[in-house]
Design a protein around this ligand. Sequence first.
Ligand SMILES: [Fe+2]
Length: 229
Amino acid sequence: MRAGRLWIQLRDAMNVDKAYKPLFTALFDQIKRLNPGYAPLRAYGSIIISSPTAQAFYHSDVSETVFLHVRGDKRFRVYPPHAPWVSEESLEAILHKDQTEDIPFDPAWDADAAVFDLEPGDFLSWPLHAPHRVENTGGLSVSITCEVVTRESMMKNAVLHANGVLRRFGITPKSADAQGVGAYAKFALSKSWRLAVRLFGAKRPNPKSETTFDVDLAAETGFRDRATV
Ligand SMILES: [Fe+2]
């Protein structure tokens, strides 16, 4: 782990494991107490353990994130949450599971990024959909990342998801506004589409969900690519 290039995400460890769940509940109780009006609908917490040279490439997450850093040093770059840094079409494709969270990146955009050097004990959050990339800058890294669904993120994602449905029918959406009557109509369209896909859609795997490597601690990187046929 220390010598290789591994990045391990223990999904839902914080909200499922009985040792961590009380900490996770207490954390969100405290955030809610300190921020009256903050009312997350759901929250999931992962533990991320990564090698000193690992990095997370440029991507955009569909949920709100609260990132708590525990061990090692990390450099976070956060970019503006709209085009050209992330297009609505990319977000729609992620929500429709046509692609992963990885989106096109131009190194020139680093000039537009907010840079945060995290040390153990720091935490970071950013606007919904703001693309980011992360490099480990010192030692083995341990963090907790909380994916949070709020009413606002649910509405915004429903509108973008519905816009993706409209685009499938050749209609170019005029707005991604998550307020007003139009947004509620799109919320309904998004729900109906999800139901229709569940009932009648062809089963398909998530993008890039195939296993392309095996963990091999004897290898220099800590893993070995599977042979491609
Ligand atoms: Fe992320």
